[in-house]
Design a protein around this ligand. Sequence first.
Ligand SMILES: *Cc1c(COP(=O)(O)O)cnc(C)c1O
Length: 380
Amino acid sequence: MRPETRAVHAGNAPDPASGAVAPPIQLATSFVHGPAAERHAGPEGGHEYQRESHPTQSRLEEALAAVEGGAAALAFASGMAAIHAILSSLPRGSRVLVPRDVYSGTRVLAREFLPELAIEPVFVDPTDLAAVRAALAEGAACVWIETPSNPRLEVCDIAAIAEAAHASGAIVACDNTFATPVLQNPLALGADVVMHSTTKYLGGHSDVMGGALVFARRDALVERIAHRRHLTGATLAPFNAWLILRGIRTLHVRVAQHCRNARAIAGFLAAHPKVARIHYPGLASDPGHTVASRQMRDYGGMISFAPVGGREAALAICRRVSLFTNATSLGGVESLIEHRASVEGVRPVTPDDLLRLSVGLEHPDDLIADLAQALDGAGY
Ligand SMILES: *Cc1c(COP(=O)(O)O)cnc(C)c1O
């Protein structure tokens, strides 16, 4: 079965109770069991209490495993809940390699929370394989990667990192939020776990929060993390599970258009005299282009760029755009622009001239016209 077909059909069996073609939202917090607490064995049985599992979440997990080619999936209340669940389950006294360019929440969690659990984060440049190997030689339980990365769109070689990590006994977990399962399947390239902020492209409409982990094998790690989710209450709410499941049905068509629009905008920005730098792996001049062309099917809907004129010019562009909305997050139908350094709080690591674009589903000519007037009129 092709990926588009899987995305439409996985976890979408008609409701056994009503025959409904669209999945029901099951809101129950408690599920009937036998007198000796044996679980109900009906068509959607096996559930006991919503915090542990529930039918709508199970349908979503079936779909997530199918679209990523995994053996099991766990859904979470947010991407950060998923990241916390896996990183906090690493052995005490272990080290985890974390990319220097990574989602800011991941960086702060690694820096502030992991040491409390006696887990040491080691920040590396994952695009430098020699640096990854050197860090692995000193021991690590897990290599966390994010490719393309947020916000600099850096691309690391998943297969090469998986090979090096496995040779030294570490697992590889890949944040696949930017690429989506449509463009990149890290498990097929050797990663052990894939993480998604389903808040972004999978939900796809900026109206639902969720996270996911998809596993290459159904083994003790899945059980350990499912147990953590159950006891820490990081479960996804039924309505959110339903919305994300609905988002997955149209993921392929949306991502294809996000990619087309981003390619057009990247071409425009790369040729614009007031653009000093652009990060987009689809450009032949981008340092990540070769690896991205090998491990991705297209280059995604995210771009970051720095205008000539530094921070003030970047902020002037944010003030002048009218179609792009100044807002955080990404992966929705509407185009967003963000000056990342301003939202990273204390100790921002993103260059203060960098703007991040989440390219939406508007007509690319309208988006380009908006950026053109903002660049031309930014007054520098
Ligand atoms: C948004 C995001 C996260 C965090 O997910 P939430 O759903 O906001 O908790 C993690 N990684 C990446 C790449 C993201 O963009």
